[in-house]
Unconditional design. Structure first.
Length: 212
């Protein structure tokens, strides 16, 4: 329960990213990474399909119909995939979970929220326009910010560093587990279990590792 209202079950999980091998290892494709790991944890009976400018999987989990989607529109037009798939299957915005990278969150953290603004993320802006609301659940995967604001576009489209790969590998695993928990026990409960966690090493731990 949240604010006295019933929590909506998640029926569509969409991970945002850019199609193509050249983008696979970039910060901007963490949404794709998380849903890829999620699919490995879901029943093998999930069936793959192509449509609505995306590849998606559909089946049942925890007694409910579930869709998992990777838009193939490129990031800035993600809503052109999410909106039509939701509409075609009678899925309300409150039943759509979007997974995406977020520069406003440090690497090593994830946040699940029932709604909110788009924070300058063009993929999220596109989804909000397509769903005609910002009132939909989202999972933010922290990537931190570039040292210089003028390099933000290059930053999100650059490959992860070795250190980031280690940290975000842990976050990806946790994010997939958090989505499973959200499907089984609701987004509020999943948020209560995962939002406070930090998968980046503490400063002291990092210094010790560098010395060894």
């Amino acid at each position: 329960m949240n604010g006295g209202t019933a929590e909506h079950a998640i029926r569509l999980i969409a991970g945002l990213g850019n199609p193509g091998g050249e983008y696979a290892s970039t910060r901007h494709n963490l949404g794709f990474r998380v849903v890829t790991r999620l699919l490995e944890k879901l029943p093998k009976s999930m069936e793959r399909a192509n449509g609505c400018s995306s590849c998606y999987w559909h089946g049942s989990y925890a007694g409910k119909k579930l869709f998992v989607q990777m838009p193939q529109t490129y990031m800035n037009l993600s809503g052109n995939a999410v909106g039509p798939l939701a509409a075609a299957n009678g899925i309300a915005p409150e039943e759509v979970m979007i997974v995406y990278d977020d520069m406003d969150l440090p690497a090593g953290k994830l946040r699940i929220r029932p709604g909110g603004g788009c924070g300058g993320h063009n993929g999220m802006k596109s989804v909000a326009e397509a769903l005609r609301t910002e009132n939909f659940p989202r999972m933010r995967i922290g990537i931190g910010r570039a040292a210089h604001a003028s390099r933000m576009a290059d930053y999100v489209l650059s490959p992860l560093t070795a250190e980031e790969e280690e940290i975000l590998g842990k976050v990806t695993e946790a994010a997939a587990d958090a989505l499973i928990l959200a499907l089984r026990r609701g987004t509020d409960y999943a948020a209560s279990q995962y939002n406070a966690r930090d998968y980046a090493p503490a400063a002291g731990d990092a210094a010790d590792a560098a010395e060894n």
